[in-house]
Design a protein around this ligand. Structure first.
Ligand SMILES: Cc1cc2nc3c(=O)[nH]c(=O)nc-3n(C[C@H](O)[C@H](O)[C@H](O)COP(=O)(O)O)c2cc1C
Length: 183
């Protein structure tokens, strides 16, 4: 399979959709692994989602995504909303080829941080012009797991039905069609 010179091959998901794929989730989790535990509890692969984990270290291979995804991001500003988005997530979104596929964001955090609780979600929603779908604390509760499972299935169904308007989506679809032509 050939790809254009400036285009990276898609990364392998950590959990691959076990049924026909309905959408994807990209997440980051640091050494404390709260978000990783939440994602594992959601079992999104069984609901038809590909799940990709962003690398912790600069030396790890970068992730490249060419499909619509919802980003799940923990907040790391230490109370400063301007520093809320983890460096690893910024790096991933700074690649326009990744950023063009983001469709929604879910954030996590710790209510001890008051006003800055889950501020990474506000920052990414504003910057990428995508809906802020949900937020949860630490590794989430069983209710959070259920809400995210149901919410994502509905969100991807609405997205496929054209009921969610995300700026840049038509351009992304067109780019994907072009890509399909060169393969
Ligand atoms: C250094 C540090 C700074 C943090 N800053 C914030 C913050 O500004 N707002 C917030 O809601 N949570 C904050 N948190 C809490 C984390 O978002 C929370 O622990 C999250 O579950 C971490 O996810 P992870 O274990 O998957 O990396 C901070 C945690 C650490 C360790």
């Amino acid at each position: 399979m050939s790809t254009e010179a400036n285009e990276q091959a898609s990364s392998e998901p950590e959990y691959a959709a076990q049924t026909k794929a309905i959408g994807s989730v990209v997440y980051f989790s640091s050494v404390s692994q709260n978000t990783a535990r939440f994602i594992a509890n959601c079992e999104l692969d069984k609901l038809g989602m590909n799940v990709y984990r962003l690398p912790l270290r600069r030396s790890d291979p970068a992730v490249h995504i060419h499909e619509p995804y919802v980003l799940v991001v923990p907040t790391y500003g230490g109370g400063n909303p301007k520093k809320a988005v983890p460096m690893q997530v910024k790096q991933f979104l700074n690649d326009p080829a990744n950023r063009m596929w983001i469709r929604g964001v879910i954030a996590s955090g710790n209510t001890n941080f008051g006003e800055a609780y889950c501020a990474a979600g506000d920052a990414i929603s504003a910057k990428c012009h995508i809906p802020y779908l949900y937020r949860f604390e630490l590794m989430g509760t069983p209710e959070d797991v259920q809400a995210v499972q149901r919410g994502l299935v509905k969100f991807f169904a609405d997205l496929t039905a054209g009921k969610v308007d995300v700026p840049g989506m038509q351009e992304a679809i067109k780019a994907n069609e072009q890509r399909a032509l060169v393969h």
